[in-house]
Design a protein around this ligand. Structure first.
Ligand SMILES: Nc1ncnc2c1ncn2[C@@H]1O[C@H](COP(=O)(O)OP(=O)(O)OP(=O)(O)O)[C@@H](O)[C@H]1O
Ligand SMILES: [Mg+2]
Length: 512
């Protein structure tokens, strides 16, 4: 969106020479109009979509800016001071119009530019502000930017500079808007449901942890919502628009963990056919979520500690170290302090990760949230399978209050999911839940590969491959349930490597 011709006009006001003799833009309307209409300037594309509010107590400057911006195709509103500007914005909002940008003078009677900026920064979805001052000095510019101004222009105004600033501010405004929408959308995908005192406390801890970059260690039993907490923490931080990279440390075979975390160069080991960026690099500018950190092999722990300390990583097979800007959030259901005692976990890494400890309570400690959680899951599950909304009968609600939930929120979700499959009406009854609780048809996952495996239907599988998948899914689901959702114990029970077990669970969608 270049504005080359404007440069030839010179300045918008005051004593900067232009190729026009006599009064400058901003001091004579006829001259200004002539200057603007004789220009062969290409207008900013999409300008007509934007309303810009010009605030200045000097009528000439207001007019000059208005004409310049209108010439560019913008729709322009004007106000004489901050107070009037706020009133105009409110009026326009009520009428369904939105300002894309405010260009405001600093020195004005009745709410000056800095005051206006402060007011706007307190209101959600406010337009970005560019300040203009004839009395500009560095401290004031710094103060303005600290208070959230996007740019600071000095009088006499240069038209090119004005347009460059407008363009930048609009771009920034659009980005901010996009980010806000994106954030809201993402937060929607990972809601932290529950209004109990325990959940409120957790929420306030998340909010406090979100404003710093120190590592966070989330602990809690299986299925309590550790990953939901980690995602909410990321979304509440100023890295929200950066990447959130979740790494399940237990699912990576020990021999591959270094290359998974730090990446590798092509040919650095057998099987390294391509250069690969590791999770640390992928999380640059965002959050790295090291899930099941208690299962990280000791050798990898040493390397992770080094990376956290130096904020640098080196890909396997490379000699070049790369800086990474990441916020580390780790989670575990293991007792890491005990693992440190047993020398299964490095003490120095434990202390480095445990700077901000967040404990997610087991569901039995906030059982009062079961109803809200159930409503949330039922709505979500119904939407997923295109069913009408489904509620809970009073006896179902009462029954839910009596369950111990060793598998916590995940178990609740699975229970509801199972019961939903066998309920026909618009309400889940206690009998539907009971059916699942007694280990009836629910032993088959109502979702994914094992959906058809209810009762003897597994034998109806159309192919041998499908039959094998369904039986395998059923087997793992049953074993997992027998171990209260504890993956480590299930793996031990089955004599399987934990990373192998995780891959199976992920394959059959058994870890939601
Ligand atoms: N407070 C909550 N609000 C909404 N959903 C929740 C909440 N807590 C947990 N969940 C849901 O419960 C399931 C398990 O949560 P999550 O995966 O975060 O648990 P976890 O503690 O990481 O489990 P694990 O120890 O097995 O890794 C997910 O489907 C998640 O969306
Ligand atoms: Mg988890």
């Amino acid at each position: 969106m270049p504005a080359p011709a404007l440069a030839t006009v010179g300045s918008l006001c005051q004593d900067v020479p232009s190729r026009f003799e006599g009064p400058h833009l901003g001091s004579d309307r006829a001259e200004t109009e002539l200057a603007l209409t004789t220009m062969t300037n290409k207008k900013m594309s999409g300008a007509s979509d934007h309303n810009i509010l010009v605030v200045d107590d000097d009528a000439d400057i207001r007019l000059a800016l208005e004409m310049l911006l209108k010439y560019e195709g913008f729709s322009v509103w004007t106000a004489k001071n901050g107070r009037e500007a706020l009133q105009r914005l409110e009026l326009e909002t009520t009428a369904g119009n939105r300002a894309s940008l405010v260009i405001s003078d600093v020195k004005m009677p009745d709410l000056d530019g800095l005051g206006l900026l402060e007011e706007l920064s307190r209101r959600p979805n406010s337009p970005p502000v560019v300040l203009v001052s004839g009395h500009a000095d560095v401290p004031m510019a710094v103060e303005a930017v600290q208070k959230g101004a996007l740019d600071f222009l000095e009088k006499p105004l240069d038209q090119n500079r004005v347009l460059v600033s407008v363009r930048g501010a609009l771009r920034q405004g659009l980005l901010t808007q996009e980010n806000q929408t994106l954030r809201a959308k993402l937060a929607d995908r990972y809601p932290l449901v529950g209004t109990s005192a325990a959940m409120e406390e957790l929420r306030s801890q998340i909010a406090r942890a979100a404003v710093v970059v120190a590592p966070v260690l989330i602990t809690g039993e299986n299925g309590t919502g550790k990953e939901v907490v980690a995602r909410n923490l990321h979304l509440a931080s100023n890295r929200a628009t950066g990447p959130f990279i979740a790494v399940n440390c237990a699912a990576i075979p020990a021999e591959l963990i270094e290359s998974e975390l730090f990446g590798h160069e092509k040919g650095s080991f057998t099987g390294a056919f391509e250069t690969r960026v590791g999770h640390f690099e992928a999380a640059d500018g965002g959050t790295l979520f090291l899930d099941e950190i208690g299962d990280m092999p000791l050798a990898a722990q040493a390397k992770v500690l080094r990376a956290l300390e130096t904020r640098e990583i080196t890909r396997v097979g490379s000699t070049v170290s790369r800086e990474v800007d990441i916020r580390v959030v780790a989670a575990t259901n293991a007792d890491l302090a005990a693992a440190v005692e047993e020398k299964a976990f490095r003490m120095d890494l434990f202390y480095r990760l445990n700077v901000i400890p967040l404990r997610v309570p087991p569901l039995r400690d906030h059982i009062e949230d079961v109803e809200a959680l159930s409503a949330h899951f039922l709505a979500d599950l119904a939407a997923r399978c295109g069913r009408a909304k489904i509620g809970l009968s009073e006896d179902a609600k009462a029954l839910l209050q009596t369950i111990a939930f060793p598998g916590n929120v995940r178990q609740l979700r699975n229970l509801l999911e199972g019961a939903m499959v066998f309920s026909a009406g618009d309400q889940l009854a206690a009998t539907d839940l009971d059916l699942i609780l007694r280990g009836g048809p629910a032993l088959a996952s109502p979702t994914s590969a094992s959906a058809a495996a209810v009762g003897g239907e597994i034998f109806d599988a159309p192919t041998f491959e499908e039959f094998k998948n369904q039986s395998e899914a059923l087997f793992f689901r049953r074993k997992l349930e027998a171990n209260g959702g504890n993956i480590k114990r299930t793996a031990e029970d089955l004599g399987m490597q934990r990373s192998h077990m995780y891959r199976k669970l992920e394959r059959y969608d058994l870890r939601r």
